[in-house]
Ligand binder design. Structure first.
Ligand code: UDX
Ligand code: UDX
Ligand code: ADP
Length: 461
């Protein structure tokens, strides 16, 4: 019989830890869950009475937090206390790409994970099951185990890998109804303890158990395959633009082959998000570290194609606007890396904006969920120009009609549903002529817009 888990601690209250643990708390009301984070502002936001202020926006999440918070779901900055009391500890801290030293720009930075391991080792007075939730390079569990076993207080640690497959924007739905739950580990009892938690709402045949290394590698592989599909269709989108083929028609035609399948074949301005690029870089780095250069080069191409797609989209805007965007107002609809999230990490919009700003364009941005502060921080982070320059050239507004008024061109960077319902005749009226739309998401209705008098460009048409 596996030990029944009564208390869970989750370290990291971000896009993964917050939604995942909220759903576990909802589905397992008898388990007490404390999500901890060293970021005080973030914890305060999770505890805010006004659910509009939660640090992560996900459809359906606020309702779940409202139901479980204070009952069996708690948010706290007291990391030590939560670790000490828990039977099971999830590590959901960020593992960004390293920005310094060996593996800079490629390898995952594991310093946050290591800090967690050391803190757990220092605090734990009872046996713990430690669950890797963050995406990690293969064999990280070995490092974790080594730290835990050598610096601990003689207690037993079992390490499990339980990678997260939720997609942002549909996190709650993905967590409630996952295609599969993957649990890797070496100790049967520890594995069973976690299986028992998921089994409260996930059918057993969808709970897959493997060895630790397969689980860690499957997470990187799943993201690499998904990203590869997007880069593959994006490569075809460029060919479509030259040949008269339509990329949506091609996607549909190939997706009906059950061996290929219809999902993840939507051509776009390029994939973003915190996972795809980071995980592929990681895979490439690991392959190179074993001298598997053919493997590394193969996956590298997925990223090169994605960079090319973003660049090409910006270039098309410049060329179409008579080879200069200097001093021209360009309206951006959308900044998030996909709809229904306020997350902007690696969003294509950032890079498209950066190219256009280097050509002295003046960009006005509207996104329904992203703050001005976030947008400036994203641009400043690139270090392409001074923060003052970014503020001179970029304006962020809270009304789409203000963004598009007097613009030479509109670029659609995120597929927010609300964009489809705008009064496009009014927008046309208030724009400069000729009025251009560059649809990086193939979201809008060509026939309708051309009827109004727009010059409409969409990826892959
Ligand atoms: C292929 C296409 O499947 C078919 O739709 C098209 O009309 C013609 O080309 P075919 O070449 O007959 O058909 O065989 P297929 O089953 O696709 O296999 C091609 C090769 O891939 C074989 O050598 C097969 O062994 C290999 N393969 C296939 C793998 O190595 N792994 C797989 O998972 C699938
Ligand atoms: C991804 C994985 O889907 C998820 O399983 C994993 O846990 C984390 O990484 P996420 O990054 O949240 O999730 O979003 P996803 O829906 O995968 O989209 C990633 C990017 O690809 C977005 O920028 C999206 O716009 C783009 N995309 C996706 C396309 O351009 N075309 C597609 O067909 C699908
Ligand atoms: P993800 O998308 O993986 O959830 P986020 O950056 O959204 O990534 O969230 C990770 C969270 O983990 C951040 O809020 C960060 O403050 C927190 N964190 C990182 N290291 C630690 C640590 N040692 N102790 C507590 N919290 C941590």
């Amino acid at each position: 019989m596996a030990k029944k888990i009564e208390k869970i601690c989750c370290i990291g209250a971000g896009y993964v830890g917050g939604p995942t643990m909220s759903v576990v708390a909802k589905q397992c009301p008898e388990i007490e869950i404390t999500i901890v984070d060293m970021n005080e502002a973030r914890i305060a936001a999770w505890n805010d009475c006004d659910l509009n202020n939660l640090p992560v926006y996900e459809p359906g999440l606020a309702e779940i937090v409202a139901e479980a918070r204070g009952r069996n779901l708690f948010f706290s900055t007291d990391v030590d206390k939560a670790i000490a009391e828990a039977d099971m500890i999830f590590i959901s801290v960020n593992t960004p790409t390293k920005t310094y030293g060996k593996g800079k720009g490629m390898a995952a930075d594991l310093k946050f994970i290591e800090l967690c391991a050391r803190q757990i080792a220092a605090v734990a007075k009872t046996d713990k099951i430690v669950v890797e939730k963050s995406t990690l390079p293969v064999r990280t569990a070995a490092a974790l185990k080594s730290i835990l076993d050598n610096t601990g207080n003689g207690v037993n640690f079992h390490i499990l890998s339980n990678p997260e497959f939720l997609a942002e924007g549909t996190a709650v739905e993905d967590l409630l109804n996952p295609d599969r739950v993957l649990i890797g580990g070496e100790n049967a009892e520890a594995i069973q303890a976690l299986v028992d938690i998921y089994a409260q709402w996930v059918p057993e045949e969808r709970i897959l158990t493997t060895n630790l290394w397969s689980s860690e590698l499957s997470k990187l592989t799943a993201n690499a395959f998904l990203a590869q599909r997007v880069s593959s269709i994006n490569s075809i989108s460029e060919l479509c633009e030259k040949t008269g083929a339509n990329v949506d028609e091609v996607s549909k035609a190939i997706g009906l082959d059950s061996r290929i399948g219809p999902k993840f074949l939507k051509a776009s301005v390029g994939f973003g998000g915190s996972c795809f690029q980071k995980d592929i870089l990681n895979l490439v780095y690991i392959a190179r570290s074993y001298n598997l250069h053919a493997v590394a080069d193969y996956w590298d191409q997925v990223i090169l194609m994605n960079d090319h797609q973003k660049h090409r989209f910006a270039d098309n805007i410049i060329q179409t606007l008579y080879n200069t965007v200097s001093g021209k107002k360009i309206a951006f609809l959308g900044w998030a890396f996909k709809k229904d999230t306020n997350d902007t990490r690696e969003s294509a919009a950032i890079y498209v904006a950066d190219y256009l700003l280097s050509e002295e364009a003046e960009i006005t941005i509207y996104d329904p969920k992203v703050s001005a502060e976030r947008i400036y921080a994203d641009l400043d982070y690139l270090n392409t120009r001074s923060s003052a320059e970014n503020r001179r050239l970029v304006r962020v507004v809270s009304d789409p009609y203000e963004a598009t008024s007097e613009a030479h061109a509109i670029a659609v960077l995120t597929e927010w549903d609300e964009f489809k319902g705008y009064d496009w005749a009014r927008i046309k009226q208030e724009m400069k002529r000729p009025s251009f739309i560059f649809d990086g998401r193939k979201l809008l209705n060509r026939a309708q817009l051309e009827e109004i008098g727009f010059n409409y460009y969409a990826i892959g048409e």
